[in-house]
Design a binder for this molecule. Sequence first.
Ligand SMILES: Cc1cc2nc3c(=O)[nH]c(=O)nc-3n(C[C@H](O)[C@H](O)[C@H](O)COP(=O)(O)OP(=O)(O)OC[C@H]3O[C@@H](n4cnc5c(N)ncnc54)[C@H](O)[C@@H]3O)c2cc1C
Length: 393
Amino acid sequence: MATTIADNDRIVIVGGGIIGCLCAYYLRELGHRGAVTVLEPDPTYRFASTALSAASIRAQFATPVNVELSLFGIGFLRSVRELLHPETDIGLVENGYLILADEAAAAPRRQALAMQRSLGADIEEMDPAAVRARFPWLNVDDIAFATFGRTGEGWFDAWALLQSARRAALERNVTIKTDAAEAFETRGDRVTSVVCASHDRLEADWFINAAGALSGQVSAMLGTSIPIAPRKRTVFHFKAPVDAAGMPMLFDRSGAWMRPEGDGFIGGIQPHIDDDFDAHDDFEPHHELFHETLWPLLAQRVPALEELRLLSAWAGHYEMNLFDHNGIVGPSTDLPNFFYATGFSGHGVMHSPGVARGVAERLRFGAYRSIDLTPLSVGRIERNEPLPESAIY
Ligand SMILES: Cc1cc2nc3c(=O)[nH]c(=O)nc-3n(C[C@H](O)[C@H](O)[C@H](O)COP(=O)(O)OP(=O)(O)OC[C@H]3O[C@@H](n4cnc5c(N)ncnc54)[C@H](O)[C@@H]3O)c2cc1C
């Protein structure tokens, strides 16, 4: 079958979060003229990961393709008004990530740093004295090494980005249908149509699975299995007597993180592996995690946080790739007109522009042009060749 789309081919994108909306946007930007329909059951995005994320961007990854996607992402975010809409305001703050390490982690981190810099990331290595001088509120007693993103790292408003991407897609004659995929029909190795919750049946030539934490479920409708599961992550919002001016996103060596948000801070940490199971419909914040784990760790790192006041908490789902914590992008092996754009395991908002552009390029031109996303293809899972991302939080 054809590996590129004809101009009038119909495309259905399952999932209208940031990945789905930007795939639609880039298909139009690259000149696709056929019908593009995004299926999104919930226009309020109440449970969408994009709306519940910490909306931060970093170039400090251990896998080269992730660094490239972040560099593409920051370029997109900086130019979002020209690219999506002149009224877009995503409030991008480039205060950097400060990632702390002990001696044991220093060697692999230095190796990753060299790779990040070779790809153009603006990351500085700091010794404990330099960290103390620049961030005097930080306890660096047990720190051997730190890296800091001078530019190209920070945070933004993911809700505003999503709304703007959705608007940009609609303005480019994309249909966003309030409906859910419930089943697919196939003929030979082609997916031919999707059957919706409304019982509507949409025929199409190409399909993209951008259903986020539920993309494993969507693939299962086709009898194919991808190792993506919804894993709950809680974000805590608190106030504390710490001067947030110029404060970066802080990643402690324990895995605890925090950054300024509004007139306070947000922070979080992965749950213990025994508490990290498939979340299904569970969006209840993991409250014990704050008192038992996060607060003690953060207060050890930032002593002024002993006086912290918890304001609120929310939980969302990572679309966790249980195989290697990296995205799955590109065509399915068995059904080549069914594409994946999922599995980003906590870094999907920052990587959405590069991933969406890549998916649109792969469809339009039959090959990636901006960033080679073949390392993220599903084939690695079938061959049991993980592309592990160690820098996950
Ligand atoms: C607490 C938390 C913090 C995070 N922090 C960051 C961060 O700092 N930086 C970062 O880059 N990433 C972060 N992430 C990850 C990021 O939010 C996701 O990787 C990203 O939002 C994925 O985008 P998406 O469009 O695939 O998913 P979503 O935004 O979840 O969109 C998927 C959509 O698919 C729809 N859908 C589901 N099933 C169907 C179906 N059957 N038919 C049709 N539609 C369907 C859903 O309704 C949903 O709207 C965080 C995530 C969480 C939970």
